[in-house]
Structure formats: C-alpha cells, structure tokens
Design a protein around this ligand. Structure first.
Ligand SMILES: *Cc1c(COP(=O)(O)O)cnc(C)c1O
Length: 362
C-alpha cells in the first residue's frame, strides 16, 4: 500500500504508529475479547483512557492546576455557541469583543451575537484576512465578559505570533488548527478550545481547557450538554461520549510525547513550514498569500503567479500522492496544511514537486 500525503485542512492525517496501534487493538482491546468501542464509557478500560488523556494533555500543554480539561461533543463550531453561553453573563453588560482574523472568527462572533453584544475589536477583512490586524487590548472596555481570538487562521494561513494581554478580561482562543503545535503559556487564557480533527484525532469532539473561576457562570437557558460546569462535574461523561475519538486522541498524545513533546514538535513544525515558504519565496513562479510577518506554520497558503496553471498544478500533485492541496474558495490558490502528523518528508515531497512542476512549465 502507498500512503498519500494529505495536505487537507481537516480531518488531517494521523501518525502511522497511531493508526497501526488502533488497528492492532480494534478487535480485541488489551485481551478483553471485545473492541473498546463496544464497551461502556463507564468501564474501567475507558476510565483509564480518559485519565491518560488528562495526564498527557496536562503534561504536554503544561496546563496549570486551576484549569479543567473538558471533552465536549460537537467539534469546534459547537464551541462558538458554548463560549458565549458559558461566559457572556460574566458581566451584566453581556458584551464580548471578537478580533476578526478570518471566517472562523467572524462566524464565532455572529453566533455569539445571539446571546449578547458581540463587538468586532479589529478586522483584517479589507485585505482579505492576509494578516492579523493591529489590536490594542487597552481599548477594551472593562465590562467585556471576554475577548476572543482565533489563534491560527486555517483558511488564510496566518497566526498570532504573540497574544494580546487582555488583563482582567478573560482571553478565549479557538486553537483548533494549531493546538499542541507550539509552546504556549496557558495561564494567559481564560478558555482554549480545539476541535480534534487537525492535531488531536478524529472529528466530532473538542477539547476545552477552562480556568476554574469561569465555571458556573452560564446563562440560565444553556443546554446542560453545553454547560462547562456540568462537564467539569461529570468528568465529561454526562452523556455517552465518543469513546473512539477520545481513545484515538490518547494514542496521538502518547505518540506526541514519544516524539519529544510540544517543544520538539514546534521545532519540527518550524522546519517543515520554512522548507515550503523558502520554496515559495525563492521562486517567481509561486507567491505566498499571507503577509510574511503573520504566516502560520500549520497552513501554508500560496498561489501560482500564473493562476491559469493552478488546476494543472493540483492535478499533477495528486498524481504524485500529494492530496488535497486546493486552497479554500474564499482565498483561492493552494494550501498545504502541515499539522503535527505531517512528516518533514511530506513537505520535502511537496517542495520537490513544486520545483519539478516549475521546470516543466519553463
Ligand atoms: C476546522 C476549524 C473549525 C471547525 O471545526 P468543526 O469541528 O468542523 O466545527 C473551527 N475553527 C478553526 C480555527 C478551524 O480550523
């Protein structure tokens, strides 16, 4: 079997050792005579997996003890509702400020507007979100319930290189497309969340890391299954959770630890991204889409200077095992999503192909 390199934005490729281990344990989990997905979410076996996720996430992301880790159904976008439902009422003004760095941030703000006043603190829409806009947190009114950012902008290939200091106002970050790809000071945030399907495992669940003092503030009509306090009290087992997704995540976390942890992964990710950005910058045939000072190391967006060659570029790439390089329609061009599980060899294969394609058109 030949495995492709999947450059799609998500669901993303998973490490081969993780897939192999899941395959080996699928029919008979630890000599149980049954697969893990066939048994109770309250079984001893699953309990151990949940505990192992807590321990590994705490270690890998360096999560302080005054934070809770929740596993919430519904993926990342469910959090666009859950965040305002849980936090909008922190202040009587029921007001929050969103920094609009792309479609996900805009979508999150519009969803929050159903539950309170959701302001736009800054936006880079005028330049089609090719950068992180200037934003001075001192301009935030003190009665904001929270401030909100998307730390890595999946569609546009930008990221916050450093984070705004919002002081007493809790900072909320959607880290879906970069969680555990770079070292982070969790204590700077009130809430971090990430859908699993980019760096953590299969789709359909989100990890939510929430500071304890922000629990218990939910709007009265918050559905129980979106209430962080309920999840925290029940160790995320209020309903039957997606045991398979959590199991897969536990394997991914074990793998990440074995690879040297987040610091080692960050260095590898920097090297992977640099390889592709250098190929773009050293050629007139390709051009980057995101402002060079704001580039993501997870999603590399670029185009061909002669855009009429794009379709042929994508088709040839696919023939070479380089899958799903088409950019999102709001940006156009190409996008290489190179999450943690994408090996350096995959990025090298892309760069080699780019050079070969350029030569073939010279
Ligand atoms: C992929 C992505 C989402 C959407 O995730 P779903 O699980 O499909 O809701 C939200 N935010 C960001 C930053 C993403 O990259």
């Amino acid at each position: 079997m030949t495995r492709i390199y999947n450059f799609g934005a998500g669901p993303a490729m998973l490490p081969i050792p993780v897939m192999e281990k899941a395959q080996a344990e699928f029919l008979d989990y630890h000599n149980l005579g049954a697969g893990l997905i066939e048994i109770s979410h309250r079984s001893k076996q699953f309990d151990e997996i949940l505990d192992s996720c807590d321990a590994l996430l705490t270690e890998l992301a360096n999560i302080p003890s005054n934070y809770k880790i929740l596993y919430v159904h519904g993926g990342a976008q469910m959090q666009f509702s859950a965040v305002p439902l849980n936090l909008m009422a922190r202040n009587d003004a029921k007001k929050a400020t969103y920094i609009e760095t792309g479609n996900w941030a805009v979508k999150a703000r519009k969803e929050a507007a159903r539950y309170g006043t959701a302001l736009s603190g800054a936006t880079s829409e005028a330049t089609n979100f090719d950068r992180i806009p200037e934003f001075d947190p001192a301009t935030l009114d003190a009665d904001n319930s929270y401030a909100y950012i998307t730390s890595n902008n999946t569609l546009f290939g930008t990221r916050w290189h450093s984070f705004p200091d919002t002081g007493e106002i809790p900072l909320v970050a959607d880290m879906t497309s970069e969680f555990l790809s770079r070292k982070l000071d969790i204590s700077k945030f009130g809430i971090i969340f990430a859908g699993l399907q980019k760096n953590l495992g299969p789709a359909g669940l989100a990890v939510v890391i929430v500071r304890e003092d922000l629990l218990g503030l939910a709007l009265p009509y918050t559905p129980s299954l979106l209430n962080y306090k309920v999840y925290a009290d029940d160790h995320s087992l209020t309903n039957t959770t997606n045991t398979f997704a959590i199991y897969m995540m536990s394997l991914v976390l074990e793998w990440l630890k074995g690879e040297g942890g987040v610091g080692a992964m960050e260095a590898r990710n920097e090297a992977k991204a640099k390889l592709i950005y250098d190929a773009i910058d050293n050629s007139d045939f390709y051009r980057g889409t995101a402002h060079p000072d704001h580039r993501s190391i997870m999603n590399v967006t670029f185009n061909l200077t002669d855009e009429s060659l794009l379709d042929s570029f994508l088709a040839e790439a696919l023939k070479n095992g380089l899958y799903a390089l088409k950019g999102h329609r709001v940006v156009g061009g190409a996008r290489a999503s190179i999450y943690n599980a994408m090996p350096l060899a995959g990025c090298q294969a892309l760069v080699d192909f780019m050079a070969e394609f350029e030569r073939s058109k010279a």
